[in-house]
Design a protein around this ligand. Structure first.
Ligand code: PHB
Ligand code: FE
Length: 329
């Protein structure tokens, strides 16, 4: 695998729209009022701009996540934990058959820097791609003032139980996190905490619904519990997961409220493999050899469990581990 030692280059700025064109390796990225245009030596592709920006900020914020992030069926990234592939058509049967598929491998920081530069230039005040579409403005049209607040929200690992002294603050009304309109009908009782003498300050509990209901972003695991390789992310999901995630390991979903519909397809070809409608209380494992995309008709709470053990991707890729976690039978 050749890793290109190259960085993002700013090309020309379009006078009519105000947006700058960028280059990373052999890929160029250009936007107009409605679309992102991606070109590479053998082909080119067009993605609706909202879709492109919602995927871009998540891909960087998640550090390229586990395995594949498809912005759509054609364009995306693969995380090799240190290096990242940027691909076009490499996992799309039609593009491969037409011979227009293309892939280049970069240092992860170079891709992050490129996507960050694109996001900064292409996002204007009034639009936040991390918000649900009903809760933000539109990205279409020519360039407005650039945002000066952070565009990304990385995973934040809690060090201790949320709310214990010294850890991340619990989201509260006073801190500017109201209960989302979609969760106004839930109960938010606080747990009773009866701590044995001598353990004060070490035992705590929160109402997790209260925490998730105050999330101002969607499809973006934010404050996460990490214990060794076990990563537990709770999220607030509305509209569609703006990327299609291709797993390089199993991951588990626990549906906490409402419902999410998932499209599941073969990771390499995109051929459909299944549809799941998860309702509150349902649990499912996404296998290591698929890609999936979720759709939440109404804001829903989801718990995602990832196994962050380094090297796991190679054990699944070699077939040492089965692509699914449990044999029933
Ligand atoms: C996933 O790809 O599994 C995923 C990503 C973001 C979420 C939920 C699930 O908010
Ligand atoms: Fe996933």
């Amino acid at each position: 695998m050749t890793v290109l030692d190259t960085k993002v280059v700013r090309l020309t700025t379009d006078e009519a729209t105000g947006y700058t064109m960028f280059q990373l390796g052999s890929f160029t990225f250009r936007r107009d009022d409605y679309f992102a245009h991606i070109s590479w030596p053998k082909g080119n592709h067009i993605i609706e701009i909202d879709r492109f920006l919602r995927a871009t900020v998540r891909d960087i914020g998640w550090g390229f996540f586990y395995g594949w992030i498809f912005f759509d069926d054609v364009f995306g990234t693969t995380n090799h934990y240190g290096t990242v592939d940027v691909f076009a058509g490499s996992y799309d049967r039609g593009c491969k058959e037409a011979g227009i598929d293309f892939l280049e491998t970069f240092h992860a920081e170079a891709v992050a820097e490129a996507f960050q530069a694109i996001a900064q230039d292409w996002i204007s005040v009034g639009y936040d791609p991390l918000n649900a579409p009903l809760e933000t403005g539109s990205p279409i049209g020519s360039k407005g003032p650039e945002r000066t607040d952070p565009l990304l929200r990385a995973f934040i690992a809690a060090d201790r139980m949320l709310g214990l002294p010294g850890d991340k603050p619990v989201r509260t009304e006073a801190a500017g996190f109201p209960i989302n309109r979609a969760f106004a009908d839930l109960d938010y009782d606080s747990p009773d905490i009866e701590c044995a003498a001598g353990f004060e300050g070490q035992l705590h509990a929160i109402n997790l619904f209260d925490h998730i209901a105050r999330s101002d972003v969607t499809w973006n695991p934010s404050i996460s519990a990490v214990a060794g390789g076990n990563i537990c992310c709770v999220t607030s999901e509305e509209h569609m997961l703006p990327v299609i995630h291709g797993n390089d390991r199993n991951e588990w979903f626990i549906q906490l409220t409402d419902e999410i519909h998932w499209n599941i397809a073969d990771k390499n070809t995109g051929a459909p493999r299944g549809r799941i409608v998860m309702k509150a209380g349902d649990v499912c494992a996404m296998p290591a050899d698929i890609r999936h995309q979720g759709f939440a008709p109404k804001r829903a709470m989801l718990m995602v469990m990832e196994n962050g053990t380094p090297g796991l991707e190679a054990r699944y890729a070699s077939g040492e581990l089965k692509p699914y976690p449990v044999d029933f039978g």
